[in-house]
Write a protein that binds this ligand. Structure first.
Ligand code: WQD
Length: 337
């Protein structure tokens, strides 16, 4: 079987490509290299001993994307490609709506034209907006996200839902990721943001190796046990394995399915700091500062549905992910070159 993976050189995409290759799938990666590096391709080959087909293509470029569909017969597609920085999306809403929506619409049009009937979409817990209660279940209302990035995920979920209704022979899975963290245990691949990390774990890792002085904790007065934000941190390898389980599920022709992919456990910022120090022996100094706009107090998943229907469970805990993230950061102090 051959799987088309858009954004396959990114943090989650590359881990998923590794799982696919290890399980014997043939893989075609499409990546525009906006937020990823070509060196990841070589590292995937080093880790798996196999090299996926690769096309440096922007999924918004219909004609270029169409050419990829001429290169092979695909049995399924996994769509990771998209802009994903929450803060940046507030500053550049049009770029986010255009890139994320057009790339997804192009993909679906080409899948229909070439008879590729299985799709996994990389969605996000942000589609739930500000949770009314936690843990979140898939039937909770998809509200208004607190930023354009999250709104694009809500819109694409709606587009895919309407498309599947009109094309019932298509099988589409919407995977709502909570907070992906960690790295490949080899330390060759991991979260490698450009510039100052927005996300918690890469920032902690840079403090841990001495690249930054201290962690800025955004808010210590939330209605949570220790006052800091609570999230569901899931190891990126667990997340990748969730995609493999979902691919198998699509073989049952389920139509449209939605799953939360998380650990089902909430971890506060200060608990994450302690876990990191315990797992690595590194020191992570921090200062508690004002809240970050757009943040919610708590956001973690109920994963019963994925556990039962996908026969998938997160195997790693936050300490495991901290250990792998630290290993990656030490081996790549200035990121992947
Ligand atoms: C986690 C917690 C912060 C940085 C976003 C997107 C989500 C996904 C993951 C793309 C919060 C606190 C953070 C820091 C801090 N993105 N924090 N100091 O905002 O939960 O989720 O990123 O796929 O879709 O919404 O993740 O890691 O930014 O924040 O105190 O320097 O850590 O306040 O409580 P978030 P995050």
């Amino acid at each position: 079987m051959r799987v088309l993976v858009t954004g396959g050189l990114g943090f989650i995409g590359s881990e998923t490509v590794i799982c696919l290759l290890n399980e014997g799938y043939e893989v075609t990666v499409v990546d525009a290299l906006f937020n990823s590096k070509i060196a990841v391709l070589e590292r995937i080959e080093t880790i798996t001993g196999k090299k996926p087909d690769f096309f440096q293509v922007d999924c918004c470029d219909y004609e270029a994307f169409k050419k990829v569909f001429e290169t092979a017969k695909f049995d399924a597609a996994i769509h990771f490609a998209g802009l994903k920085a929450v803060g940046e999306s507030v500053e550049k809403p049009i770029e986010y709506y255009e890139n994320n929506l057009v790339s997804s619409i192009n993909l679906v049009k080409l899948m229909k034209e070439y008879g590729v009937k299985n799709l996994i979409f990389s969605s996000s817990a942000t589609v739930y907006g500000t949770p009314k209660r936690v843990p979140l279940v898939e039937t909770d209302p998809v509200g208004h996200a607190t930023n354009p990035y999250g709104e694009t995920k809500i819109m694409i979920e709606r587009i895919l839902g309407d498309f599947q209704l009109a094309n019932p022979d298509f099988n589409i899975a919407l995977l709502r990721y909570f907070n992906p963290i960690g790295a490949h245990p080899s330390g060759l691949l991991g979260e490698d943001p450009n510039g100052i990390p927005n996300n918690l774990m890469p920032y902690i890792s840079q403090v841990a190796i001495g690249k930054r002085d201290y962690l800025r904790v955004w808010g210590g007065d939330y209605p949570t046990p220790d006052g800091t934000g609570v999230r569901d941190y899931i190891h990126v390898v667990d997340l990748a394995e969730g995609h493999m389980a979902t691919l198998k599920k699509l073989e049952d022709k389920p139509g449209l399915v939605v799953y939360n992919l998380g650990t089902g456990k909430g971890t506060s910022v200060l608990e994450a700091v302690s876990a990191y120090e315990k797992a690595t022996g590194a020191k992570v100094p921090y200062k508690i500062l004002e809240r970050r706009s757009g943040d919610v107090a708590e956001n973690y998943a109920n994963c019963d549905k994925a556990n039962t229907e996908l026969k998938w469970h997160a195997r790693f805990n936050v300490e495991d992910a901290c250990r792998d993230a630290y290993n990656f950061q030490k081996k790549n102090p200035d990121g992947i070159k």
